[in-house]
Design a protein around this ligand. Structure first.
Ligand code: SAM
Ligand code: SF4
Length: 334
């Protein structure tokens, strides 16, 4: 019997979680994710086809990946997404998806049939006007309706909100109040720097700032710390008696690189061994040339930096000259 393979890096971190960005396209234009002028899309012929996504997913699974998350751009706008979901569901993995929720009503039955149990839905505000400003599109009602639909279908729902000073940081208590009667986990994500996304340290809403707001609204004994799972990037809490919970993801102020198990595959077939890596490994060309991609995957992860794509010190991470030498988030996938 052959020994089970693992993808490890030079810091002995085992990588068993793959995030596949299916497309660079999106039906929203969130300003924190993509520049106003849009991004230059990869040529169509340089984007992974549905067959190539499945082939590469199988190669990763053969190397020990047991969890795959579909992301984008907006994964549900990808041509053949139904086939992709169906075929990935046949692999021995936990399949999940991060979506802006706009098209979910169409795909909820399929996702359920394919054994997907958890949905991550992005929603940065509970205010329709602000949603239009943030996303540059008018889909608030649809996203809200689809969040409720997802709960009715029995999915475990996490809502991702990127918090930004002067934009939505004042909604923290409203988000938590949403968990009173809705069994969702609202997760507050620190605003991260990417190419062309108007990032600046002053716009990052930190853990302490969030807890200041919580402390002003709730009694200390109302706030319960929940247990965090291994590899969980979120610090989880709930308010006593509320149906849902909330969590804080502090990538900027308190990174969780030590336990990182993630590999990212972009829509144009490149491995990013870290969300913040400034280099990428092309899999598309060798794949189309009929080469074995497994050694290339192993080598790419082996070169992974210890923390935040090599920006180990906060001075590097906060330096705009360095921290934005990366793709726009829309073409990485989060
Ligand atoms: N379109 C899908 C969605 O919005 O859920 C999937 C792709 S989106 C790039 C994945 C996640 O990245 C979303 O939750 C989004 O909020 C998050 N994101 C985008 N830009 C970000 C930034 N600058 N800082 C932190 N999170 C960001
Ligand atoms: Fe699209 Fe998601 Fe980026 Fe918003 S965060 S522009 S929905 S990819």
């Amino acid at each position: 019997m052959t020994e089970k393979q693992h993808i490890t890096d030079s810091f002995d971190r085992v990588h068993d979680y793959l995030r596949i960005s299916l497309t660079e396209r999106c039906n929203l234009r969130c300003f924190y994710c993509m520049p106003e002028e849009g991004i230059e899309l990869s040529e169509k012929s340089h984007v992974l086809s549905h067959e190539e996504v499945i082939y590469l997913a199988k190669e990763f699974v053969a190397l020990g990946v047991n969890k795959i998350r579909l992301t984008g751009g907006e994964p549900l706008v990808k041509k053949n997404v139904e086939k992709i979901i169906r075929e990935l569901a046949d692999l021995p993995i936990q399949l999940s998806i991060t979506t802006n929720g706009i098209l979910l009503d169409k795909y909820l039955p399929l996702l359920k049939e394919c054994g997907v149990k958890k949905l991550n839905i992005s929603l940065d505000t509970l205010d329709r006007e602000k949603f239009n400003y943030l996303t540059r599109r008018d889909y608030f009602d649809r996203v809200m309706a689809n969040i409720y639909q997802s709960l009715l279908h029995g999915f475990e729902v996490k809502i991702n909100a990127v918090l930004m000073t002067g934009v939505n940081e004042s909604e923290v208590v409203d988000f938590i109040e949403f968990t009173r009667n809705n069994p969702v986990s609202f997760r507050f994500i620190e605003f991260m720097p990417f190419d062309g996304n108007q990032w600046d340290t002053s716009k990052v809403v930190t853990f302490d700032h969030i807890f200041d707001q919580i402390g002003r609204h709730y009694q200390q004994d109302q706030v319960i710390k929940l247990e965090d799972k291994k590899h969980d990037t979120t610090k989880n809490y709930k308010i006593k008696g509320y149906q849902g919970s909330f969590g804080i993801i502090s990538t900027v102020t308190n990174p969780f690189c030590d336990s990182c198990n993630r590999i990212r595959l972009t829509a144009n077939g490149r491995i990013k061994n870290c969300l913040f890596s400034q280099t990428e490994t092309d899999l598309l060309t060798p794949l189309r040339a009929g080469e074995d991609v497994k050694p290339i995957i192993l080598q790419s992860v082996n070169h992974k930096a210890k923390a935040r794509g090599g920006m180990e010190h906060n001075e590097d991470f906060y330096n705009k000259e360095i921290n934005t030498k990366n793709r726009a988030m829309i073409s990485i996938g989060g």
